[in-house]
Write a protein that binds this ligand. Sequence first.
Ligand SMILES: Cc1cc2nc3c(=O)[nH]c(=O)nc-3n(C[C@H](O)[C@H](O)[C@H](O)COP(=O)(O)OP(=O)(O)OC[C@H]3O[C@@H](n4cnc5c(N)ncnc54)[C@H](O)[C@@H]3O)c2cc1C
Length: 435
Amino acid sequence: MAPAKDARFDVIIIGGGPAGATLGSLLGMNGYRPLLIEKDIHPRDHVGESITPSTNPIFKQIGFLEKMESARFVHKPGACWTAPRSPAGKFVSLRLGEFPPPNAPQLYTYNVERDEFDTLLLRHAHEMGVKVLQGVKVQKVLFEGERAVGVRAQVADGWERDLSARVVVDASGRRCMIANQLGLRRKDPVFNQFGIYSWFKDVEPNPPGFEGFLFLHFLDLERCWAWQIPMRNGICSVGVVTDKADFQKSGRSHDEFFRSLVGRNQNLAHNMRNAKQVRPWWIEGDYSYVVDRLSGPGWLLVGDALRFVDPIFSTGVDVAAYSALYAFEAIHATLTGGDEDRLFQDYAQRVGDGVEAWYDLISLFYKLQNLFTIYAVKKRFREKVVRILQGNLYIPESLERAREIIEIMEASYQRVMNDPDNLLRPGALSHVPVA
Ligand SMILES: Cc1cc2nc3c(=O)[nH]c(=O)nc-3n(C[C@H](O)[C@H](O)[C@H](O)COP(=O)(O)OP(=O)(O)OC[C@H]3O[C@@H](n4cnc5c(N)ncnc54)[C@H](O)[C@@H]3O)c2cc1C
């Protein structure tokens, strides 16, 4: 069935995070009538502060990059990481400028306070022609047969209204509005991560020459790492991610648990020795899942609503921005007479393959962190690794590059695991349980 021509809106977007606001901007700029419905009233806090350079061209395309620059978000020219036992000041680094992406508008990306970033982007979408309703919750998506035809919107005082559109896009983040309604969301069988973070003052500043770099610190527990993200006004976001079972087993308070993990990496412990917490803990749990279908008649999923993979490579806003771009292209082609069925399926395939590649890379990385570091420093592979970490695995060339590296690393992983004396094997170095 083709999209209804008499619907009040061309597209209804559920959610005003980066995915929804980017899609809205593209639709508004191109003369469509999009309605974006956001349950909260921005600014609202959100996790996900370090973004990838792959987002620069999309934010430039929608005219938003200039606004990010004017907001003076901290420039992020690269990333560093440290091993649990590396002495303070010893780290591996990757710099974006080493291998600039083709047509890169600039050689850095940003660390962003998400309350302000998301507000600016949503306001930008409004300026581009999107009708934005804030403080309004989508209660459910309306279907006629299998076709999504609109949404039921609801305000806190009970006011409810059905609104129709030619296409409905779910950008509701980890709420996964459509996937939950249709029973398409499954918990990830491997990852059951738990994240705890806050903002701090008086964290040791990054060394000269590495200002603005994201630091990842590995902790000697399986699937466990910490981020250190320098932000504006001397504030640093520091968070740890670990298997949820580790937190449950520890029987500790959030505060004690966080501090015990900080102590598991010499660099992080050194950097945090004078740190003062300036806001309450923020907890994130149970966030990894997979969704069985990313599109259907009259509907598409974008951003976290389509899948969530572990955040170790800062891929969340990359997925949000690219899925928004490709969703726009599929919707535009459909609304100008293209075959919706094929276009939406192509969209799902493209975005699904890219996110799957992220997932495989992240899984490999967790299996053997040392191996990843070795590939990153090896001259022969460094460019490939840097380009992958720059983001955007949705174009054939970058997807191929990612698949190639995944295959090579998987073969190395098997070699390591088949050799009981190999020092890279997990457990070859002492494995210390949570203190
Ligand atoms: C521990 C952790 C660390 C992370 N670190 C990073 C990082 O460093 N870099 C990075 O890029 N990403 C990171 N992420 C991921 C990042 O937070 C998300 O990928 C990103 O915010 C996705 O954007 P989105 O627009 O899809 O969803 P969101 O930003 O979550 O926006 C969804 C919006 O939909 C609204 N909404 C939900 N339900 C409804 C409803 N029923 N009706 C109306 N509105 C609704 C919500 O209020 C929200 O504003 C991290 C995630 C976690 C858990």
